[in-house]
Design a protein around this ligand. Structure first.
Ligand code: DO4
Ligand code: MG
Length: 278
């Protein structure tokens, strides 16, 4: 089952059919005692909706904070070691890759999260910007994994590379995060063979594409969630992005108008255009 938040309310999809959920509040759904069982009952007792296609799909978020894990893939470790070398900080990334404690950082408030089809932003003071395609987990207020969505952790590599203490500026700004198109409901881990694909299109032509799989993710997702919830409470639940395993080559930077598509097959595809300025 997949859960969608739309301009016309919340919908659950099952077997290609969409059912409207009586609750219009995303936060109320996330807080449900047993969300999966509840939505299964909505499917069983409800009538398929006819109006879903006319509703605009919104980011599947209410008042949840968005957090992110970093350097959870070898590719991310290596790219960041290289970009921070001149700052004498390359070693930090190797150390966090092998450390027991993961890197977790605050990524976005809901107002900075972009919907599927909306515009993610690059900073006007950044010269080197990339998307980061990340499997993203929705967790309820009790620390239970409810399901998975697709996330884009937009990043300014030159700002982060200049000094790791600039990480919040490289990562947290308006339009720096996209989520969607839905939440695939499952408390079980996705198979290690699950592919994550990134495609970037410029002027109608392919500018970059690559893929990885969850087998490359170094840390178990429940362990990342446990660290996040260890000393911090999330009364409305939280999203946790699990890190990127795809980094475009160093000469690549995003440009205004680029189209970024991230595909994680069991969930779907998250597509956004790139913008700058207000
Ligand atoms: O250490 C900085 C951020 C890392 C990150 O966002 C990632 O690995 O995905
Ligand atoms: Mg990232």
């Amino acid at each position: 089952m997949k859960l969608y938040r739309t301009t016309g309310g919340n919908y659950v999809e099952d077997g290609g059919r969409y059912y409207q959920v009586p609750e219009s509040s995303w936060d109320v759904l996330v807080a449900h005692e047993n969300l999966q069982a509840y939505l299964a009952s909505v499917v069983q007792t409800g009538k398929p909706a006819v109006d879903f296609p006319s509703a605009r799909i919104e980011a599947p978020i209410g008042s949840q904070e968005v957090w992110a894990a970093g350097v959870t893939y070898y590719r991310s470790r290596s790219a960041r070691m290289a970009e921070a070398k001149d700052a004498g900080a390359g070693d930090f990334y190797d150390r966090v890759y092998t450390a027991k404690r993961p890197e977790l950082f605050f990524k976005a408030t809901p107002s900075r999260v972009v919907r599927p089809g909306g515009s993610v932003r690059i900073r006007c003071d950044a010269k080197w910007s990339v998307p980061e395609p990340e499997l993203t987990v929705l967790i309820n207020q009790r620390g239970q994994i409810l399901g998975y969505t697709i996330g884009n952790d937009m990043s300014s590599r030159d700002i982060e590379g200049e000094n790791p203490l600039y990480l919040p500026q490289a990562k947290v700004y308006d339009g720096s995060c996209a989520l969607g198109p839905c939440v695939l409901l499952s408390s079980e881990p996705l198979p290690a063979t699950t592919p994550i694909r990134l495609e970037i299109e410029r002027d109608g032509a392919n500018a970059f594409n690559n893929s990885t799989t969850l087998a490359e993710l170094k840390r178990p997702i429940p362990e990342l969630v446990e660290y996040l919830f260890r000393e911090t409470s999330f009364p409305s639940g939280a999203f946790l992005m699990t890190g990127t395993g795809i980094v475009p080559p160093d000469e690549f930077t995003l440009a205004v108008g680029d189209r970024v598509r991230i595909t994680i097959d069991p969930i779907g595809a998250l597509e956004n255009t790139v913008a700058q300025g207000r």
